[in-house]
Design a binder for this molecule. Structure first.
Ligand SMILES: Nc1ncnc2c1ncn2[C@@H]1O[C@H](COP(=O)(O)OP(=O)(O)OP(=O)(O)O)[C@@H](O)[C@H]1O
Ligand SMILES: [Mg+2]
Length: 308
């Protein structure tokens, strides 16, 4: 559905994207991760035919984006990371405007607008002015707009950035719906664990280079048998640490005050045994739970070895 071949994008002498190749099959959800300035937005803008590559080729469903931008644009929806200002435009007028840009008939525009505003939960804001929407609402509207022509490929540049936790969860829900609609999605974010939940593949870009690309299952299989436990005690932290240190399956102990994070390799039975041990030694445990913190760590290892 999307093929990027040896993409290079230069701004003057500065190389923002360097020899980047990537393939997304139909239905893939590809998470694009990387620090600020890595080249995510640049790559996405080239794919969306908003900017020309310095060299290399991008194909959207077999269409060369540089040679046939109009046809490529009809197949893709792009949600930018930055939302413009829209004076005196109401939500439904905004949707209608974008629909007409794609040459969609009036009746289809009306129908699509209703469906999409429902999808992003903005039906009650239909008659509000765009500029009066909150940031999270504007982002959802922007997503709805990018879907107006029912594109097969979606390019979403940090769709959940700046959203509050509740809005993020809602955005995730919307994206999951899109996943069930079998859209192909290229999505960027700084927050890895959000992408892992949603994506089928992950790519890491650093200083313009794709330093890692792989399926989420492969990443997750490296996590098997390794976990982190968060332990909270009322008192006797030192005693607890000493007990933990004696256990062979404990790989690390971090923490302060009455809260410890314990890295651990072993079976679930070992975990149960560990809790029993603490309690039997009169450690006043008030909480003992597995946490997902390790994914970031495995990921750093993977990308570090890939980068070397
Ligand atoms: N129009 C431009 N002119 C010159 N340099 C640019 C331009 N746009 C981007 N750059 C540079 O290209 C590099 C990549 O920028 P880009 O916006 O693609 O990064 P990003 O991965 O999207 O970062 P962020 O996570 O902050 O959104 C940066 O060093 C940036 O300063
Ligand atoms: Mg960006």
């Amino acid at each position: 559905m999307l093929r990027i071949e040896k993409l290079v994008k230069k701004y003057g002498n500065f190389t923002a994207v360097n020899d980047l190749s990537l393939t997304l099959n139909r239905g893939d959800i590809f998470g694009f991760v990387g620090p600020n300035g890595a080249g995510k937005t640049t790559t996405m803008r080239v794919v969306a035919a908003l900017m020309k590559a310095s060299s290399g080729t991008v194909y959207v469903d077999g269409i060369n984006v540089a040679q046939r931008p109009r046809e490529a644009k009809a197949k893709l929806g792009y949600m930018p990371d930055f939302f413009g200002v829209y004076d005196n435009l109401k939500v439904n007028e905004y949707m209608d405007f974008y629909g007409s840009c794609y040459g969609i008939s009036l009746s289809d525009r009306k129908r699509r607008t209703g469906e999409l505003l429902e999808l992003v939960d903005l039906l009650d804001k239909e008659d509000s002015y765009v500029d009066t929407l909150s940031r999270g609402m504007k982002q959802r509207l922007c997503l709805a707009r990018s879907l107006i022509h029912n594109p097969e490929l979606l390019i979403l540049d940090e769709p959940a950035s700046g959203m509050d936790p509740r809005a993020r969860i809602e955005m995730k829900g919307i994206l999951k719906t899109l996943k069930t609609m079998e859209k192909t999605i290229l999505i960027s974010s700084h927050i890895l664990h959000e992408l892992v939940e949603l994506c089928s593949c992950i790519g890491v870009i650093e200083r313009g280079r794709l330093v890692y690309s792989g399926r989420v299952e492969d990443l997750m299989s490296r996590l098997e048998g390794r976990s982190m436990i968060r332990l909270r005690v009322l008192s006797d932290v030192d005693k607890a640490v000493n007990l933990l240190k004696e256990q062979p399956y404990i790989t690390e102990i971090n923490g302060e005050d009455n809260e410890l994070e314990i890295g651990y390799e072993g079976e679930q039975e070992d975990m149960a045994r560990l809790l029993k041990l603490l309690v039997e030694n009169d450690i006043p445990v008030i909480s003992f739970s597995e946490i997902a913190g390790n994914i970031e760590k495995v990921f750093l290892e993977v990308t570090k070895s890939a980068g070397e």
